[in-house]
Design a protein. Sequence first.
Length: 342
Amino acid sequence: MLDIVRLDLFDSDFLAAFDRLYAEASRAGRKFATPWPLPERLASWQTPSTVRRYEGWLAVDEGEVVGVAEVELPLLDNTHLGLAAVYVPAGLQRRGIGSALADHVLMRLRDDGRRVVQAFIASDQVDPARSDSGPPSSGEAFATAYGLTNRLVNAHQVLELPVPDDRLRRLAVGAASHHSDYRFDAWSDPCPDQHVAAYCRLKSAMLDQAPMGDLVYEPEVWDEERLREAEAELAAMGRTRYVQVAIASDETMVGHTELVVPRHDPHDVFQWDTLVLPEHRGHRLGLALKVANHALVQSDHPDRRRAHTWNAAGNAPMVAVNDALGYRRVELVGEWQGPVST
């Protein structure tokens, strides 16, 4: 008999089983998958948060964990929404395990008053020898069966590190003449007090300005409390965030970019937010910010071998910046949403 059991964050056996099945299912058929290491996940789940609540669930069959699921419930913005993921290794699929977990997760979302479920699902793995798109992945077929649709297609791109110094210099010099009225500043967490208000304004603008496709999503509101809480969570996870910002001649902060270096993943770096406010675009600030941040991070962490980023596939300006740096597309990842049925 299959039982759905809440994950106890202090049960080492269940935690190990959750991590093993999650990592195995995440990596299946995906050369460049980046599942969270267990210490990162535990720190994120255990760090007190006013922004979100996490739940983990296990499908247990006669004492053996055969599938897992996780739920993220936003508490400040987007309280209509629940983010969910179901992981079942390929060898255990088509036995009703995924459906049992999905049904339970949807019940939890319904009980919590959530109206929309969202999931990130990998689809095509980019194959230079193939020009057509492949059939739906098992995750896409599963989501479709539950009434979800793909609302935004993201391109997962990777960059081999270190980036050659001459490429970074060439890109920096080529962009410099376009933004002579701006200066840059940089830090690694925590954000300096004098930049908190301006940085929070940029963080708040991120979802409003980024391409969101047909996602039912509202902008986030960032303030110092939220920022400091996020920094504490990253520190507990062993992640170091490097931030570069662009400052206009009137001392207004008008753009930023972030790279994250995880302690528990010794080879990878993650490109997070990049935003330039609309009225300051056309000065190659996005490229200049990314070039400066990549140069700083690879100087501090010469052992890192690959950077990952995810952008809306249709965001041509940002994809062009990534292409110039040397990023290449390796897969597509969809952001799927659907109603939580009553």
